[in-house]
Design a protein around this ligand. Sequence first.
Ligand code: BGC
Length: 414
Amino acid sequence: MKRSVFAASSTLAFVAATLAQAGPEAEVLHWWTSGGEAKSVAVLQQEFAANGGTWTDMPVAGGGGDAAMTALRARVLSGNAPTAVQLKGPAIQEWYEEGVLADISAVAEAEGWDKVLPASIAAHMKCEGQWCAAPVNVHRVDWLWANAEILAANDIAMPTSWDAFNAAADKLMAAGVIPLAHGGQAWQDATIFEVVALGLLGAEDFDKAFVDLDPEVLASDKMVAVFDQMRKMRGYVDSNFPGRDWNLATSMVMNGEAAFQIMGDWAKGEFLAAGKVPGEDFLCASAPGEGFLYNVDSFAMFDVTGSDKQEGQALLAKLIVGQNFQKVFNLNKGSIPARTDVEMDAFDSCAHLSAAEMKTSSEEGTLLPSYAHGMAMRGAQSGAITDVVTAHFNSDMSSADAVEMLVAAVANSL
Ligand code: BGC
């Protein structure tokens, strides 16, 4: 008797515990592991939990997400895809074509995403007409960050041309200051390269080279000039650059060990997380040249079974595009909201500059997808270009040879 009462009560306890656990759940694969990034993703975790969700975190360290994408492939191949994955640009379409993405159109339609997202962003989130990803933000890639005190002490203004940048860097070198904080990882080399390329090619030829993969522009004298400038950039980094993570490069600017960094505005998330103030401690400006390179973070939901998981996907998608999350997350992340109806009062001067220049670039036709951050082309092509960029940066290869290699690499990847 005693025994069966005990058994019954333990069964009840088990049922109660199971019920308590039931509800929306999500296993979320992402690469937001730096200080500013972790603070930002915590906003989503908290909102998910506040709405009854159970979050299983799957962070894969490595800026730019290469390691996260390798982890994702392994999980999908073993038939055990995570429920939600930080995924963007053409990679969303590539996974959709594999037949492994869930359709989140019901949430998108119920929430009226078409009315609150710019058409250019919505287009990246749709696969053959159905919604297959939820956008988080708009990061701008073509930024120049600087330590305000170093520039003032050396009587240097934020450069508005690449010649002015080179003159500033030469002056800093002569004064014993590291001009450019950089981490020698392929995606960081690619980031600098595309910013220099936009500046020197101009928006129209950037579009031809890195969206259309036009062999003429890839082989042009202007592209030779881009590699010439990359050779100069190589001379402006310190000797400890190989392998350094991007956020450690940002810290060098923060701590006065280096003057500039070229990086997307996730770098601003690091400055802010460290309590630094834009316009006082650090400066932001669009890198020399026209245009705006956008990089939209988004989450795709993978096809999974189980109502708890599917509920979790729907909740996550709804929260991600929700007004509150878009505001709070982006205040931390350094980006601006993907939604057009978010109150921007609380955002800083760099975010306002980004929003204003995104609008004018869009009107002028110079709003362009970032190749280095997986927005412009498929993996095979962007990988081929980055291999050349990084091989050139890490050797004494001539610009002419680099251009020849670039043309061949792109042709072979098609
Ligand atoms: C992502 C950002 C991230 C950065 C560094 C970019 O590709 O879009 O969200 O902060 O990589 O990891």
